[in-house]
Design a protein around this ligand. Structure first.
Ligand code: DAH
Length: 337
């Protein structure tokens, strides 16, 4: 065997038995390095006889190619071993980071359902500020200065005399100031009162105000609309009762009670809404502010209503305590997801 072939056998064996990249590198230097044995044979070529040169040269090339290829393939082996070793440390059975999907707050769900029903009956959305002046909250709504609702104990007043609106009825006035009749709007929003906080009272609560002004509007229109609303919301079996009441801004005034077997409260009548036929004094206040006679009580009539959103949601979802709406307890909120 030619010594070069001997060298090839040796080199290949050593490369094959290298246990890591470091021993492999040592082998590479030993054979292919500048002063390695394969390179040394290159030097030796010069001193060979003329007829030997092509034979040995060819053999040397073969050996160099074989050793180089063996080192490359062993290097590749080590690399892939290393990678799969790293991969095996990743625990693919570990659960991923979950993306939590949110849900609407029960009050928002209630609001959306209610708005949908009124939209189908042609009501548009109206809006007004939570921080109001006394005129929009009381005077324009025919509520005299000595009315108990205006008492400091019942309302949050700001130092400048403004207040947090005690009801969404303020939006009735703002809507009529902004546009002449006919009017058909609902105004959802927050209202505030200095109530003692308990299971059914909160300093902040939510209402949907409604206002309909047209020619020849009567209590019958009011009843039809709100009965339809209650049945859409609570189910076709729902019984709706209208009881006489008093509000300064409506005449006559009514309170609506509902009762439905579908509800957890069963056969109990529950109050859900105040309503009535818009008082002529409200139209007159609006006319005065507008400086015209757009809301002539002889020509126009209307009905208004105020629905308690928190109350409706408590009935519909069987929620025992109004404070749950604002406590952000996920155990509560997740039940409505
Ligand atoms: N604003 C009244 C309240 O908060 C509810 C109400 C009663 C609104 C009669 C109305 C209405 O629009 O006509 O208690």
């Amino acid at each position: 065997m030619h010594p070069l072939e001997q060298l090839r056998v040796e080199a290949l064996r050593e490369i094959e038995s290298a246990t890591d990249e470091q021993t492999l590198e040592t082998a590479r230097i030993k054979y292919l390095g500048r002063s390695g044995s394969v390179s040394a044979w290159g030097e030796q070529m010069k001193s060979l006889a003329k007829d030997e040169k092509p034979i040995v040269g060819k053999l040397l090339n073969e050996v160099r190619t074989a050793v180089t290829a063996a080192i490359e393939s062993r290097t590749a082996q080590f690399r892939s071993q290393k990678e799969s070793g790293a991969l095996s440390k990743i625990d693919i059975s570990l659960p991923g980071t979950p993306r939590e999907i949110g849900a609407f707050h029960p009050l928002t769900q209630m609001l959306e359902r209610s708005i949908q029903i009124f939209r189908r009956m042609g009501f548009a959305l109206a809006d007004g500020p939570d921080v109001e002046d006394e005129w929009h909250c009381f005077d324009a709504l025919n509520t005299p200065p000595d009315h108990p609702a205006r008492n400091e104990q019942d309302t949050f007043y700001l130092p400048d005399g403004r207040l947090l609106r005690t009801h969404t009825s303020t939006v009735q006035i703002r809507t009529m100031q902004a546009a002449p009749p006919p009017i058909r709007v609902i105004a959802p929003g927050a209202a505030y009162r200095r109530d003692e906080v308990d299971a059914t009272h909160s300093a902040q609560f939510h209402q949907i105000e409604g206002l309909y002004v047209d020619e020849n509007v009567s209590v019958a229109d009011l009843k039809g609309t709100l009965e339809f609303f209650m049945r859409e919301l609570f189910g076709a079996e729902t019984k709706v009762q209208f009881r006489p009441h008093h509000f300064p801004f409506t005449e006559p005034s009514l309170e609506i009670y509902v009762k439905s077997k579908a509800l957890k409260r069963g056969e109990q009548w529950v109050e859900v809404c105040g309503c009535g036929v818009v008082h002529p004094a409200v139209f007159e206040a609006v006319n005065k502010a507008r400086g015209d006679k757009a809301y002539d009580p002889e020509k126009w009539s209307g009905y208004a209503f105020g629905l308690g959103m928190d109350r409706l949601a408590m009935i519909l979802f069987d929620i025992p305590d109004i404070r749950l709406f604002a406590q952000n307890d996920l155990r509560f909120l997740r039940q409505f997801a």
